[in-house]
Design a protein around this ligand. Structure first.
Ligand SMILES: *Cc1c(COP(=O)(O)O)cnc(C)c1O
Length: 392
């Protein structure tokens, strides 16, 4: 029972349900993969950020198990107090080599990495320039920093320059997602770097959906644009293409040194567990060794997008494997998702506040783990539901 002052929670929940914005979270009775088990049934999985199928890769699972035998299950405390493990250093070295940067510091998640960096670099009297579609963790990091936030129009470099022209005192920081997660478009990074130089601003890119997807062997968006050494800060996640969990910051040695002294989530929240860290290191090694999984991901994405476009679906302007199927109102997207579920396709609808009002969608995430038959199965289900609902 809710206490009287908490009564509003009931009304908020009812209102979310009415608008089709209430999230019913499905329970998976097994690992993430091309197919998942829900309510005892095998369902085609079109939801996860497990781009390369590494979340249940036997090589990575073995690395995690071995780490438990050698290092136990817990990190003990925050690294500044309880010390750090060899495993954490190994992961940071592997990531630095992979990303072609001098140094890396890991965090509990991409979300906390963003909170750590922004607050450590800018504060009251400083100015942040933030893309209007940046991820929630960037927005929260910016708010917590107490710097002034100037939002520029999505990927619009005229809008960014206009804002940069406004006189300010203090430091300046330009922040952007590398790949925008709901639409799959890319930040114009070369242009952002150029403007940053012109206006003496720090540059920061969040590569959460670029890792394992863009650039050579999935090195990310900086590699894709050939901008090594020109972007001050890269934030990344280990929970998407790398298949495990965690986040990191990549950049100059001094920057990493400073964040270990000043990044609040680093100082006040425990480190990643030994098994997670060992699993991530193995994932990085797999990516470094060859680009087979990355190529397969792109091949699958091209195949799926072509088929969906040919059927007449509006799939937006994605430049990456992310495939938004635009459906308008949230209730309609939710109904579409529910019908797909009836065809044994797990593809969650996404509405406000994750995407703007009236731009609800089903964001299809194909992976390297899907076979062509899997994709055909999904496409057929989309066709059936799309026709039944008058979408195509
Ligand atoms: C998913 C995502 C994050 C959060 O990463 P986690 O490791 O899951 O916390 C941060 N930024 C962007 C752009 C993301 O897409």
């Amino acid at each position: 029972m809710l206490s009287e002052p908490l009564g509003f929670v009931q009304d908020e929940l009812a209102s979310l349900r009415e608008q089709g914005l209430y999230n019913s979270i499905r329970t998976l009775e097994g690992p993430q993969g091309a197919w998942v088990t829900i309510n005892g049934e095998s369902m085609l999985n079109f939801c996860s950020n497990n781009y390369l199928g590494l979340a249940a890769d036997p090589r990575i699972m073995a690395a995690a198990k071995a780490a438990i035998d050698e290092y136990g299950v817990g990190p003990g405390a925050v690294r500044t107090i309880a010390g750090t493990m060899t495993l954490h250093k190994q992961l940071e070295d592997a990531l630095a080599r992979f990303k072609k940067v001098p140094a890396v510091l890991t965090f509990q998640s991409g979300f906390t990495a963003n909170l750590a960096v922004v607050g450590a670099l800018v504060g009251k009297g400083d100015t942040i320039y933030s893309d209007s579609l940046n991820h929630a963790s960037i927005i929260d990091g910016c708010r917590l920093s107490r710097a002034e936030i100037k939002v520029y129009e999505h990927c619009n470099m005229e809008s960014l320059e206009e804002r940069l022209k406004e006189p300010v005192s203090g430091k300046r920081l330009i922040i952007t997602d590398g790949v925008f997660s709901m639409d799959g478009d890319l930040a114009p990074l070369p242009e952002i770097v150029r403007l940053a130089k012109k206006y003496n601003a720090i540059t920061m890119v969040d590569d959460a959906h670029g890792e394992g997807v863009m650039g050579s062997n999935g090195r990310g968006i900086v590699d894709h644009f050939g901008l090594h050494g020109q972007v001050d800060i890269e934030v990344g996640t280990l929970s998407k293409a790398l298949g495990v969990v965690g986040g990191y910051v990549a950049g100059a040695k001094e920057l990493v040194d400073y964040l270990a002294q000043r990044g609040r989530p680093f100082l006040f929240s425990s480190a990643l567990t030994p098994s997670d860290v060992a699993a991530c290191t193995r994932a990085v090694e797999i990516l470094e060794a060859d680009d087979e999984l990355v190529s397969k991901l792109w091949e699958n994405a091209r195949y799926f997008k072509k088929a969906m476009g040919d059927l007449g679906f509006d799939i937006g302007h994605s430049e990456t494997p992310i495939t938004p199927v635009m459906l308008g109102e949230a209730a309609r997207a939710a109904e579409f998702s529910q019908k797909l579920f009836g065809h044994k396709v797990f593809a969650q609808s996404i509405g406000f506040p994750t995407v703007p009002q009236g731009k609800a969608r089903i964001r299809v995430m194909v992976s390297a783990a899907h076979s062509q038959e899997d994709l055909d199965y999904g496409i057929e289900a989309f066709e059936g539901v799309g026709k039944a609902m008058g979408v195509i």
